[in-house]
Design a protein around this ligand. Structure first.
Ligand SMILES: [Zn+2]
Length: 155
């Protein structure tokens, strides 16, 4: 899970919305403050742009998990050595351990989600929602008017 933030171009209020890691959803958003719509190109119509290739590659995340793990272990060893020899450790090193641990867990969770088919199921849900929006001609026209590249078959 993640968040995207955007200052509404109409009223300037900050909108904070939950999204998945690849920001699948309609790029036409509604401002929570003034209720006017605006275009946020970070959101992706998955029916048009396709599934993020990385979500189909568990190997990528397994490698990332191992790299993060090695980094974390190396930092922990360094930290323990510092404590033994000097009785203290630099704050930066503790930060590295924390970042390494979060990276390890984060990548491993995504790896599991792909392997267990959960990622596919989620993608399918987003895909169906996206396809439903694309069946609405006025919605497609609006996307085009905002400069979104809509393939011929949806026009
Ligand atoms: Zn607004």
């Amino acid at each position: 899970m993640g968040y995207v933030e955007w200052n509404c171009p109409k009223c300037g209020k900050k909108n904070r919305e939950a999204c998945n890691a690849w920001v699948y959803g309609s790029p036409i958003r509604n401002c929570k403050a003034c209720n006017q719509e605006y275009f946020d190109s970070r959101w992706r119509e998955i029916a048009l742009e396709g599934v993020e290739p990385a979500t189909k590659s568990p190997k990528l995340y397994l490698i990332a998990t191992i790299v993060f793990l090695i980094f974390t272990v190396a930092c922990v060893i360094w930290l323990i050595t510092d404590i033994r020899t000097m009785g203290s450790y630099p704050d930066k090193l503790a930060g590295c351990v924390l970042v390494g641990a979060i990276g390890t867990i984060g990548c491993f969770v995504i790896f599991l989600r792909i392997v267990l088919g959960y990622e596919d199921k989620q993608n399918q849900k987003y895909y169906d929602e996206s396809l439903q929006r694309m069946n609405d001609k006025s919605y497609v026209e609006k996307l085009i008017s905002y400069g979104y590249n809509v393939p011929e078959k949806f026009r």
